[in-house]
Each structure stands twice: as structure tokens, then as C-alpha cells.
Design a protein around this ligand. Structure first.
Ligand code: ATP
Length: 229
């Protein structure tokens, strides 16, 4: 399981009058499943974007298995798969199959190996019938599943998911939950669907850029609900 270490992490996005989005965040995460909840704007996306060096902290360091995200971004991105909450930000190729295949480029696989892995992945996410479908014409939920499939086909060591179920119907929420449960890899998951916390080993509650709670998922849920009481 990769070890994630945040040491004194602070972040302020550039801009006049911007206030810190993360403040003095220190934690070590090595659990199989980690959940992150918090109010809108509390810093969750910024926190998880640091896991694959999409955002580099203004102060402090983020390390994945000892690799510093400020120095080793390329090596980190080979190990950390990132699923955006907005699938349109991630879908890059014209058709569904081409988009999943794109994730496997430059990996030294034969055309047949790529085709086999793409077909198996699409079948696993109920997208097999949409193999040659234009990706941008999928429904929102199907796009979210495609984005997830395109990340998982690369078999990353750590899977980061930023609100993976926001656009999904009940059936697809269940499908994604089952998928996450079955993943052998470490998963860090940001969600507003609190029931997803039932599946994690440890939960963080972010509040105004700080870790306000860190511990048992059920207690995290109570703590988070208390913020809105
Ligand atoms: N690229 C950016 N440039 C400037 N400000 C940003 C950028 N990304 C995020 N912010 C600001 O940082 C703050 C925290 O945003 P972040 O997306 O990390 O929060 P979040 O907890 O994921 O919120 P939500 O639940 O709404 O997705 C917000 O005030 C947001 O406006």
C-alpha cells in the first residue's frame, strides 16, 4: 500500500487577495480506503490534486512512498490514477474505446493486448455496447463511468477519486461502490455521498482548509453533520 505523507502543507492559489485554501495539513495515510468529506470550498479537491502533483503545495511537502510531488511528478503520475469529478475534463478521445485505449499508450503493449484490455474494461463498466460511440454523446453518468474505466485500465497503485458518484443514478452509484470495494489498490475518495464512508477505513473531515477530524468513518460522519447543525 503506498504511504501518503503531508508535512506542514499550506496552499494559496495565485491571485490578488487570495486566502489560503489549505493550512498546516500534516498527516500520514496508509490505509486501503481513505474517505474525505467537507463543505464546498473546504479544500478537498486541492488536497487530492496534490496526490498526483496536479497541485504542488505553496508550503510544506507531499510525498508518495517517499517521492516528493514537487520533484518527482512524472514518476508519481505513473503510480497514481486520478479521476476528476467532471468527466469532460478527462475524456480526450473521440470514441469510448479510443479514450480507454489512450490511457494505455506508451506502455509497450501490442495492439491486440490494448484491444483486449479495453474490451474487458468496457464490459466491466457496462460500456461494451458503446465501444464506438462518440464519448461526448454519452450520458453524464456514462461519462463518469468512462472516466473511471480509463483510469482503472492503467492499474495504478493508488486511485484518487474526486466525487466519483455525483452524476450517477442509484444503480450506477451501487456499481461504482462495488467497483471500489473490489479494487485491490489503495483508494482515496472525496465524496458528498456520506453513505460511501461506510466503505472506508479512515475518514478526514476538512474544514476551512484544515483537517478538523481524522478517524473512524462513523464518527467523521457525525462530526461533519455537526458542522451544519
Ligand atoms: N485553480 C484555482 N485557482 C484559484 N482558486 C481556486 C482554484 N481551485 C480552487 N480554488 C479555490 O480554492 C477553494 C477550495 O477549493 P476546492 O476545490 O479545493 O474545494 P472543495 O472542498 O473540493 O469544494 P467542493 O466540495 O465545492 O468541490 C475554493 O474557494 C476555490 O474557489
Amino acid at each position: 500500500m503506498p504511504v501518503i505523507e503531508f508535512a506542514g502543507v499550506g496552499h494559496t492559489y495565485p491571485g490578488i487577495g487570495s486566502t489560503p485554501v489549505l493550512r498546516d495539513v500534516t498527516c500520514r495515510l496508509a490505509e486501503h480506503r481513505v474517505g474525505i468529506v467537507g463543505a464546498n470550498g473546504s479544500g478537498k479537491s486541492t488536497f487530492v490534486r496534490m496526490l498526483n502533483a496536479l497541485v504542488v503545495p505553496s508550503t510544506g511537502t507531499v510525498r508518495i512512498d517517499g517521492l516528493d510531488t514537487a520533484r518527482d511528478a512524472r514518476a508519481i503520475r505513473r503510480r497514481v490514477g486520478f479521476c476528476f469529478s467532471d468527466p469532460d475534463a478527462q475524456i480526450v478521445m473521440p470514441t469510448v474505446a479510443e479514450d480507454v485505449a489512450f490511457s494505455l499508450r506508451r506502455r509497450g503493449l501490442s495492439k491486440q493486448e490494448i484491444a483486449d484490455r479495453v474490451a474487458a474494461t468496457l464490459a466491466a463498466y457496462e460500456l461494451a455496447d458503446h465501444h464506438d460511440h462518440p464519448a461526448h454523446l454519452l450520458s453524464s453518468g456514462q461519462k463518469q463511468l468512462l472516466a473511471l474505466a480509463a483510469v482503472l485500465v492503467t492499474e495504478p497503485d493508488l486511485v484518487v477519486m474526486d466525487e466519483p458518484t455525483t452524476l450517477l443514478d442509484l444503480g450506477n452509484i451501487r456499481r461504482v461502490r462495488e467497483t471500489i470495494r473490489a479494487l485491490p489498490q489503495q483508494v482515496v475518495l472525496v465524496t458528498h455521498h456520506l453513505e460511501l464512508l461506510d466503505d472506508v477505513d479512515r475518514a478526514l473531515v476538512l474544514h476551512e482548509g484544515r483537517i478538523a477530524f481524522d478517524g473512524e468513518p462513523a464518527e467523521a460522519r457525525t462530526y461533519y453533520e455537526g458542522l451544519f447543525a
